[in-house]
Design a protein around this ligand. Structure first.
Ligand code: ADP
Length: 348
């Protein structure tokens, strides 16, 4: 389209230039030299076509050169690293450059869309972070100010100090969890992968959480007896953290006298699936897609009192993805939840 337009412009300009030259010539012949015009009519016609053809060729060539060099310069200023323009010949053509610029335009619109989304996400994240930090910070501040006012009773002083210390602990683990997530996101966090027995690791987590489970009379158990070791190749400490976070959640959101059951399922291609199922409060389907986001909570008010940082599942996801494994969740409100993740068996 663009190509045709500037061919048309060359044609009209050539026609105008030729007409002006011929009219001038006729004028000179007629008024100054006073020659009979009819004798030269044929010459004028030949001359007209010759001048027209020449000017048309000259104009269209220089138009092309001018326009292509301008668009190229523009293109290069937009994408300095491009090698594309150097391969484009003069006549291959404005349309090609135009379509490239259109593509560039739509790419950039896409990029802007993405940046906007990221900005929203960042804004939400900062809002959540401030909110998370505010609660323990106000707790600490409240107790410290009361103590500063002077509390004479020694027992009360100790109680307030303990509460303030709990607030500081909470601040501490929010910062620690955030630090870990940042390390995973920026790729600094390293995995120390080795072969280990996943059954023993799960038993170890059961033991560590025994007291916490007994507070709600929740039973921690395997779905069956795993007498033989199951060797996986992963970072044991991190996988223990994943198991801990998931089992702690099953206790936090579990019902009194409930059950948390862990099972190991063998899949194809050296993979296994570790499932952690509970019969707790469950999660409504609408929340499932955002569950692994930082600070995402189903019940914004209640869960905070359970002491979590709101980062547990985000950490779990990062650890599993750093292992290039997958994490899944299935849940039904008031029925229970099942979190599962894949691991790779050690073949040696
Ligand atoms: P936190 O537990 O500190 O709030 P998490 O990232 O560990 O943060 O969990 C995010 C949310 O997912 C929790 O607030 C809770 O609403 C929901 N959740 C996680 N695990 C379970 C579970 N086993 N049963 C019910 N809800 C859960």
């Amino acid at each position: 389209m663009g190509y045709l337009k500037f061919k048309k412009a060359s044609l009209i300009s050539a026609l105008l230039v030729t007409a002006v030259v011929i009219i001038l010539e006729i004028g000179i012949f007629y008024f100054f030299i006073e020659l009979p015009l009819s004798d030269y009519a044929f010459l004028f016609i030949i001359e007209f076509f010759a001048i027209f053809l020449l000017t048309y060729l000259l104009l269209s060539l220089s138009f092309e050169r001018f326009l292509v060099s301008r668009v190229r310069a523009l293109y290069k200023s937009l994408i300095p690293t491009t090698s594309y323009t150097s391969s484009v010949g003069q006549t291959e053509d404005i349309d090609l450059l135009t379509s490239s610029l259109q593509k560039l335009n739509s790419d950039q619109n896409l990029e802007i869309e993405l940046l906007k989304k990221e900005q929203d996400y960042r804004r939400e994240f900062i809002g959540n972070l401030a909110h998370e930090l505010k609660t323990p910070l106000f707790t600490v501040q409240g107790y410290v100010l009361t103590l500063l006012d002077g509390v004479t009773d020694k027992k009360m002083r100790k109680k307030y100090l303990k509460q303030a210390s709990k607030g500081i602990d909470r601040l501490n683990y929010i910062v620690k969890d955030l630090d870990l997530i940042t390390k995973f996101e920026s790729g600094i966090a390293r995995l120390d992968q080795q072969s280990f027995n996943i059954v023993a690791t799960i038993e170890n987590v059961f033991e560590l959480l025994e007291i916490q489970a007994s507070e709600k009379q929740i039973v921690l158990r395997f779905d069956k007896e795993y007498s033989a070791p199951i060797k996986v190749y992963a970072d044991e400490e991190r996988i223990q953290q994943v198991l801990t976070n998931l089992i702690v959640n099953s206790l936090k959101y579990g019902v009194i006298r409930g059950v948390t059951e862990v099972s190991i399922q063998f899949l194809k291609e050296n993979k296994i699936l570790i499932r952690i199922a509970d019969n707790g409060e469950g999660i409504d389907e609408e929340h499932l897609p955002r569950l692994f986001e930082r600070f995402y909570r189903v019940d914004k008010t209640r869960n905070r009192n359970q002491g979590g940082s709101g980062l547990g599942l985000a950490i779990v996801k990062h650890i599993i993805e750093a292992h290039e494994e997958k994490i899944f969740v299935e849940s039904e409100a008031k029925v229970g939840s099942e979190f599962s993740f894949s691991l790779t068996l050690d073949q040696n």
